[in-house]
Design a protein around this ligand. Structure first.
Ligand SMILES: Cc1cc2nc3c(=O)[nH]c(=O)nc-3n(C[C@H](O)[C@H](O)[C@H](O)COP(=O)(O)OP(=O)(O)OC[C@H]3O[C@@H](n4cnc5c(N)ncnc54)[C@H](O)[C@@H]3O)c2cc1C
Length: 446
């Protein structure tokens, strides 16, 4: 690690893992990716039984860009001797646990990953970035950076003082030792995680609860839209055209696309409906439950040993309240600039919400030398739209970053366009970037 790297990656989730997998076969580059955990682990707190992927297994780390890469999902199946069994099982969607196992397997194949490496601070001087790793005296130096530190669990401010063993966020659920026998439980949040935790608690996996209340501010149990033409939003063609739009046009589109990535999957809703039928009509000792959509919880107070939740019902505009002994926040994730970028933050171009203003190659503009780049993954909701947080375009985004880093068209990034014309193609077609005046030879180009 004494030599200066061409690219240092911070965080090893699926997105930087995809980049590491597509970089690994390329010679003439030195890249290393750093992760604070001791080994690869994908959302261990939500690795629940009977949960499925929301995306096709072909949208893995590499296949959409290079199906011959050794880290594909199909390579995993073959190497594990599971190919025929997998085909015969004919999963509509791959179990989440199997995809997590695939990701861990891929991480084990790659030579360019370093675990137990918590990056605490990054500075830039002498024409290189310097990374400080917790507990390590020697620093790492790199010409370029790629940040892949993921999203931060979101909990409303009024709930933060109560966080503990009886009040937790969903990201911690499966790894917590939560027991709910005889307790009143409230789940707040009507998305996929809320649905999965509701089903898990109803099944008695954490003991027999006295009462389970599932509260959502969404008007109903809204389904994830995964139909064919909605999936066009998760294609390179759409993304390119979206990126060209002025910021004021992007925001309403992002809001309108919420359910393309943030609803409950139709399979989970069907399972829930069947489960509740069985509970209500066929069980001799059903668990008492309530599903409360259109309720916005606005404050939570401690009341003796319980939590007192106050909410507004958007259906009839009335106020309601509820008591719980255990509260699980399935309130999602939000973007926060990682603390390791605190020193560089003032030099980066961020928007009013704190998102980096990423160019089409996922570089954040900064006031340092432009041949030293800072790429950011999963930080582009405001620049690239809702697809940015999903696996669908992870391999494609990695290829975009690699091509930009090398200044060469190493991987193909121009599949056939969509059947839908989102805008006048001629006016939106981007100038080939390497030919534009904006383009500067990258530091890695030999
Ligand atoms: C339960 C769940 C299921 C999902 N299922 C799907 C799905 O089916 N399909 C889909 O398209 N999307 C899905 N998503 C959305 C998305 O694909 C995932 O959230 C994905 O994990 C995002 O990857 P990431 O690499 O950005 O971040 P993460 O997976 O969060 O990884 C970031 C990593 O960075 C590390 N890190 C952070 N800071 C530092 C630091 N300073 N130094 C070193 N390491 C650091 C963290 O420890 C972590 O391991 C799901 C999300 C969740 C929460």
């Amino acid at each position: 690690m004494n030599k200066i790297l061409d690219l240092a990656g911070i965080g090893i989730g699926p997105f930087n893992l995809s980049l590491a997998a597509l970089l690994a076969p390329l010679s003439n580059q030195r890249s290393l990716f750093f992760e604070r955990r001791s080994e690869f682990s994908w959302h261990p707190g939500m690795m629940l039984p009977d949960t499925q992927m929301q995306t096709s297994y072909l949208k893995d780390l590499v296949t959409p860009i290079d199906p011959t890469n050794p880290c594909s999902f199909l390579a995993y199946l073959v190497k594990q001797g599971r190919f025929y069994r997998f085909i015969n099982a004919d999963f509509a969607r791959v179990p989440r646990l199997e995809f997590a196992n695939y990701l861990r397997w891929a991480a084990e194949q790659l030579p360019n990953l370093r675990f137990n490496s918590d990056i605490q601070d990054i500075t830039f001087d002498h024409n290189r970035f310097t990374l400080k790793i917790a507990g390590t005296p020697s620093d790492v130096h790199s010409q370029n950076l790629v940040i892949g530190t993921g999203m931060t669990p979101y909990v409303p401010n009024w709930a933060k003082p109560s966080l503990g063993s009886a009040c937790l966020h969903s990201h911690h659920y499966a790894v917590s030792d939560l027991q709910v026998t005889g307790k009143r439980v409230a789940i707040i949040g009507g998305g996929q995680s809320g649905a999965e935790i509701f089903l898990d608690l109803m099944s008695g996996a954490r003991g027999q609860a006295a009462d389970i209340t599932w509260i959502s501010r969404r008007p109903g149990l809204d389904p994830l839209d995964e139909t064919a033409f909605t999936n066009e939003y998760f294609t390179p063609d759409y993304l390119r055209q979206f990126h060209e739009l002025p910021p004021a046009r992007k925001q309403p589109i992002i809001a309108a696309h919420k359910l393309t990535g943030d609803g409950v999957s139709p399979a989970t809703l069907q399972a829930l409906s069947r489960y509740l039928y069985t509970q209500d009509f066929l069980e001799t000792q059903p668990t008492h439950y309530r599903i409360l959509p259109n309720r916005e919880v606005y404050i939570m107070e401690r009341s003796h040993n319980a939590f007192h939740l106050y909410m507004r019902n958007g259906f009839n505009n009335e106020n309601e309240d509820s008591l719980a002994d255990v509260v699980v926040f399935a309130t999602g994730y939000h973007y926060v600039l990682p603390t390791c970028l605190a020193t560089l933050k003032a030099r980066m171009d961020l928007d009013d919400e704190g998102f980096p203003k990423l160019n089409q190659h996922y570089q954040v503009p900064w006031d340092g030398p432009s041949e030293h780049r800072i790429y950011m993954q999963n930080a582009g909701r405001n620049s690239h739209g809702v697809a940015d947080a999903q696996l669908s375009l992870a391999a494609w985004r990695s290829a975009m970053i690699i091509n930009d880093l090398f200044g060469l068209a190493i991987y193909p990034v121009d599949p056939k366009p969509a059947p839908v014309q989102w805008a006048n193609h001629n006016s939106l077609k981007p100038t080939p970037f390497f030919e534009s005046a904006e383009y500067k030879q990258p530091s890695i180009a030999k």
